[in-house]
Design a protein. Structure first.
Length: 137
């Protein structure tokens, strides 16, 4: 779309909703690592990613950040138990058609699990239900 959009220089700017416990410097370093590692199967068009411009803003300053927070809350409800120990996957089911996937792979592209799923402690039944939902179609 760059040729049809007059503003900017064509690079994507990554903006996070500010939250505690997230190191944006670490994320920048992670992207730098992905950029230089040729042994990884990384398919990023690096000229459009502005790693140095990554920033975090209060979600109240941008409508898009508020929408992203809503989507993340829906996903989180399927992973984190509520006060009574219940997991709510209905939101995730509704969001699934809108989650990015590549060849039915949701858990590496649209939903990034850190650490990886195989390195997590044993999952509860509710968490297993969530991951089963995103194990393809």
């Amino acid at each position: 779309m760059r040729k049809t959009v007059p503003e900017g220089d064509g690079r994507a700017k990554i903006i996070f909703s500010r939250r505690g416990g997230m190191s944006y410097t670490d994320f920048q370093q992670y992207l730098q690592l992905l950029k230089v590692r040729t042994d990884l199967d990384t398919r990023v068009h690096w000229p459009v990613i502005d790693i140095e411009a990554i920033e975090a803003l209060d979600h109240s300053t941008r409508m898009g950040l508020q929408l992203a927070d809503i989507a993340v809350a829906g996903i989180s409800a399927g992973l984190e138990p509520d006060y009574y120990g219940n997991f709510e996957t209905r939101f995730a089911k509704e969001l699934k058609p809108r989650v990015y996937c590549n060849q039915k792979n949701y858990l590496s592209y649209g939903i990034k699990i850190v650490p990886s799923l195989d390195k997590l402690p044993p999952l509860s039944e509710g968490q297993s239900d969530f991951f089963n939902l995103f194990q393809g179609d």
